[in-house]
Design a protein around this ligand. Structure first.
Ligand SMILES: NC(=O)c1ccc[n+]([C@@H]2O[C@H](COP(=O)([O-])OP(=O)(O)OC[C@H]3O[C@@H](n4cnc5c(N)ncnc54)[C@H](O)[C@@H]3O)[C@@H](O)[C@H]2O)c1
Length: 408
């Protein structure tokens, strides 16, 4: 049994050579057929591991890779892309959802860009052979403890929000969620019987000082790159773990005098997010509160096909991915919205590599493409131009291509 799960290294390498991938990158260059040269020869080089995964993953990764390459070239950045299997694609190829080679390549690279995993084909697999298990193993293997999820209502898509226009316009917030601690991992946990002989289920909300300190630093750094305001969300009126959380976040604040820190109880935060979301810039919170609040915040924007995310560790490469899944219902039909993955590539540049100018180029190009009226089906409204995944990618590339390269 174990043997059949072993990677057939030869077959694997012949399919996914461990050298730069040009296959997907060359498909969608602007119609002019060129990657424009920067004003100078590349001065910075990064290795990016591409994990297209399943369903619409390969379609959106192909678009995002081309955008990344072009935006980078205008800033004197050169990328080496290595494409590796994960999820169902890896199961089919190797028998496991996260081959060792994939994790090893990811860990050795500067950043990891993931499409999505999962699909009907593998839904009935045992837990350890599900594509989703591979994703959890990847996050654990990269030791990414901080999950950043922006929720931005783009002016062009304000009607997609479920909130009233005047509440939604201008929302631009970031939720920084602790990803590897708290009640989802705390011990003891399990099922037992209480003194009345009744069955009980129990979990433990526990945080150590170092876990709070490191997520707080990520959040302060993030707020510093945004508008300098950080709101820490907890339940310090009830939970000891939250009392420590608030104490440590307050202590770390002394390292960031330029960031304005506030605290809010989670029940109030949930309410304020739908009452007046514009009051927030950056939010930092624990694993379970972040799970709930980041979903609530992202839905303010109204469109799953637009939302990127970043997962960061203390050192090593970050993991960047759209928040949507593999959308098997529209896979291979050229219907996917690639912009969540394109914006994930912008987060990769900004938060993974510190290349803010190149990130800005991508963000600007996405806004420009939307302003020119291009829409995939999920964000389409009357009066706009309905396009598929590939054409949306072409239009974003044209927008990037029209930008002026950075001077030497
Ligand atoms: N991070 C991940 O890779 C991830 C996250 C969530 C779900 N999944 C997996 O994805 C599979 C499908 O899950 P689901 O249907 O619950 O969620 P989903 O996000 O894949 O799809 C939900 C709905 O949104 C649409 N949609 C999603 N992304 C879109 C895009 N970019 N453009 C246009 N429409 C888009 C889909 O067509 C579908 O109607 C499952 O196997 C699930 O386990 C993976």
């Amino acid at each position: 049994m174990a043997a059949c799960l072993q990677l057939n290294a030869k077959a694997f390498r012949s399919y996914f050579p461990l050298n730069p991938v040009s296959r997907s990158v060359s498909k969608q260059l602007p119609k002019s057929g060129r990657i424009r040269c920067a004003a100078t020869t590349p001065s910075k080089r990064y290795t990016i591991t591409l994990l297209p995964g399943d369903g619409i993953g390969p379609e959106v990764i192909s678009v995002a890779t081309n955008v990344l390459k072009l935006a980078g070239s205008l800033e004197g950045i050169e990328f080496k892309f290595q494409e590796m299997p994960v999820g169902g694609a890896a199961l089919d190829l190797t028998g496991v959802p996260l081959p060792e080679e994939t994790l090893s390549a990811a860990n050795k690279s500067d950043a990891v860009l993931l499409g999505a995993i999962g699909g009907y084909k593998w839904d009935k697999n045992e837990k350890h052979l599900k594509p989703e298990t591979g994703l959890l193993q990847l996050r654990a293997g990269l030791k990414v403890f901080a999950n950043l999820r922006p929720a931005t209502v783009l002016p062009q898509l304000v009607d997609a929000s479920t909130l009233k226009k005047e509440v939604a316009v201008g929302v631009d917030l970031m939720v920084v969620r602790e990803l590897t601690g708290g009640i989802y991992f705390g011990e003891p946990r399990g099922f037992s019987t209480n003194e009345n002989g009744e069955e009980i289920g129990f979990n433990t909300e526990v945080y150590a000082t170092h876990e709070i300190d490191r997520i707080a630093r990520v959040a302060f750094e993030t707020a510093r790159k945004r508008h300098g305001k950080l709101c820490s969300v907890d339940k310090a009126n009830v939970l000891e773990a939250s009392i420590l959380w608030r104490k440590r976040v307050t202590a770390i604040a002394s390292e960031y005098p330029d960031v304005e820190l506030s605290h809010m109880y989670v029940d109030n935060a949930a309410m304020q997010l739908v009452r007046n979301p514009k009051q927030f810039d950056t939010i930092v919170t624990n694993n379970i509160f972040g799970d709930i609040l980041s979903d609530e915040a992202s839905m303010i924007t109204g469109s799953i096909g637009m939302l990127p995310s970043a997962s960061l560790g203390e050192s090593g490469p970050g993991l960047f991915e759209p928040i949507h899944g593999s959308a098997p219902d529209i896979a291979r039909q050229d219907k996917a919205n690639p912009l969540a993955t394109v914006l994930s590539a912008a987060m990769l540049l900004k938060y993974g590599l510190g290349e803010e100018n190149a990130a800005k180029r991508i963000e600007t190009a996405v806004l420009d493409t939307l302003s020119r009226g291009y829409r995939t089906g999920d964000i389409y409204s009357d009066g706009n131009k309905l396009v598929g995944c590939k054409e949306m990618g072409e239009e974003v590339l044209k927008s990037v291509d029209s930008q002026v390269p950075s001077p030497v």
